[in-house]
Design a protein around this ligand. Sequence first.
Ligand code: NAI
Length: 482
Amino acid sequence: MAVFDLIVLGGGPAGYTGAIRAAQLGLNTAIVDKREVLGGTCLNIGCIPSKALLLSSDHLHFARHQAARHGVLFETVSFDLAQMMNRKQGVVRQLTQGLEFLMKKNKITRLFGVGQVLAPGKVVLTKADGGQEELQGKHVVLATGSVPAELPNVPIDRQTIVTSDEALAFAQVPNELVVVGAGAIGLELSSVWSRLGSKVTIIEFLPRIAAFFDPDVTQALQKALEAEGMKFHLDTTVTSVALCNGRATVEAISKENDKLQFSADKVLIAVGRKPYLDGAVSKDLGLKLTAGGRVAVDERYRTNVPDLYAIGDIIEGPMLAHKGEDEGVACVERIAGRAGHVNYDAIPNVIYTNPEVAGVGLTEDLAKVRGIAVRVGKFPFAANGRALANDESQGFAKILADPKTDKLLGAQIIGFGASELIPEAVTVLEFGGSAEDVGKTVHAHPTMSEALKEAALAVNNQAFSIPPSPRESRSAAAGSKR
Ligand code: NAI
């Protein structure tokens, strides 16, 4: 029987990062995954392939709608969907092969098959050919991830009614695409297919899209996506989807009780993800779950089963790759007797639409709910030199700080490259810095990052280049006439 210090079940970002850290700390480590390649949802059918398609489709959008403004003229603009998909798969292949290399480099034993914890420290591995092998681990970490959530009365056939798994690989551009759910997945995949020519209708149950950001941010995002051609039905619940001759009919009901019907050649269900644990732990062990159906863990990621830990999408918290990665590191550091820790107040969240949306920490909405006083500074990209030079002047940066201490409590950015601008706010939040710290840090000029600096200065009304409000412009114009 193979014996290890640590067996990780699941080779996604939480699992493979935890395994690498464990190996670095000298633990004899094995990683088990039923996929032939490591990387889990994120690398294979999630974060990475979606980013590849978002960029390809954004290039097309640029060629069609923005290039001429730069004086760049194309005689004709067309695209090759098969090549877009090939490039996407090439990126996935490169990264998953890179992971196999990292496993070898760190001397991690890579096992293919489905793992099941039978007793504390005892795992049975069922291979693709049905053969079984018993493994012994001093510690076992569950990192089995999540799968798309489904809706009642919506039969997902993976052809016409699909999840993100299929919507990342359509062989043809759908003429009419209905997307149920305006979260990160719904909005990113809507962007891809809308840019490639689908008529996209998005149905969202809540009164606004991407509801984990503040209303000023989501309103700006919705406006930008509508300008790209997407149609939104908010405050609307999908009640059923039926298949008929290869097409789908979506029935929905609005808040005012109006019955709505949509016909589409593809329907994407993007209403969240649910933890995936199927068979990973023998029922006899009585693994404790939370009220929300996730695996219950303590601050050291220990479950109620001795020597069994859980990290990533199967435990509470946002289902984000980077949250899982940091939990993987913290969990094995604690196992190795070190001081691992994840700061759940400083986990960034990004939607990779155009404009991108990124946020970290407290929002104004959350501050209201929790009764926390905040001071807000905002700065528009329309007043940022680099954004104008880039022809990317949509959006703004926003900083929330404590009115008494000026401590930075949160930041949101909507605009080009927001995903690459938010880390500054994450770092300052992590270090307990203030809005003034951001405002008094030298930022390279001209960069879009100056908008974050100006937003930080605006917290205390010290921004340099905030443009006049329409009212101020009108009164200035009236004044100059006199
Ligand atoms: P989500 O929970 O972010 O959004 C789902 C949306 O569907 C919600 O707005 C919800 O109100 C709506 N909804 C639920 N039932 C509905 C119904 N019957 N009719 C209409 N609307 C309904 O989930 P999403 O977008 O599927 O993403 C799943 C997870 O994956 C999330 O945790 C997300 O953060 C993560 N993810 C993150 C990405 C990123 O960081 N860029 C990209 C993709 C996914």
